[in-house]
Write a protein that binds this ligand. Structure first.
Ligand SMILES: CC(C)(COP(=O)(O)OP(=O)(O)OC[C@H]1O[C@@H](n2cnc3c(N)ncnc32)[C@H](O)[C@@H]1OP(=O)(O)O)[C@@H](O)C(=O)NCCC(=O)NCCS
Length: 144
């Protein structure tokens, strides 16, 4: 498995993972914006034999990094692919001189919450009505 920057050729596979992973999935235009236009965005995929197994989108804005999306293909979950993608991204954030990384996660998403706690994120506060459907988010932080 390799981890490499996402390209426009990966759009269909990544959008498929996105739609099976999130209640309010990003549109193709949103991914295109992240790949082509957003100067702060980094978007990486894990690939094996031309199959995309997972991806991550994060921003580095000076000393601050933010994870926006991370997902692995449903059939390959709990096989440490998420862990490899996250650890690779954390290394890139450090190399990019970020000092801390933050994220929001749905309070109902116990699996992702466990995943982040396992990797050293701390719960800082709860953001009310954070998502369009009204769900609250946990705001989590990790020092790099
Ligand atoms: C969160 C996610 C990326 C984890 O990816 P993954 O490849 O399945 O994760 P890993 O195999 O690396 O698991 C690492 C840790 O995550 C947690 N975890 C993963 N799956 C879990 C499950 N089914 N139940 C409980 N904890 C789980 C555990 O802490 C696990 O460590 P352990 O196996 O030693 O207990 C994946 O579940 C996913 O794509 N979820 C949908 C999208 C999402 O919610 N993204 C995060 C919000 S932005």
């Amino acid at each position: 498995m390799i981890i490499r920057p996402m390209t426009m050729n990966d759009l269909d596979q990544v959008a498929q993972i996105e739609s099976e992973s999130f209640l309010l999935p990003w549109t193709l235009d949103h991914f295109k914006y992240e790949i082509n236009d957003n100067p702060f965005a980094f978007i990486f995929v894990a690939e094996q034999e031309q199959e995309i197994l997972g991806f991550i989108d994060f921003w580095i804005m000076f000393e601050q990094a933010t994870i926006n999306q991370i997902a692995t293909k449903t059939v390959y979950r709990r096989r440490r692919i998420g862990e490899m993608i996250l650890n690779d991204a954390l290394g890139r954030m450090k190399d990019g001189s970020a000092e801390q990384v933050t994220l929001e996660v749905r309070i109902s998403n116990q699996i992702a919450y466990n995943f982040y706690i396992k990797h050293g994120f701390a719960l800082v506060l709860e953001k009310e009505n954070y998502y369009e459907d009204g769900e609250n988010a946990y705001f989590m932080v990790k020092k790099l």
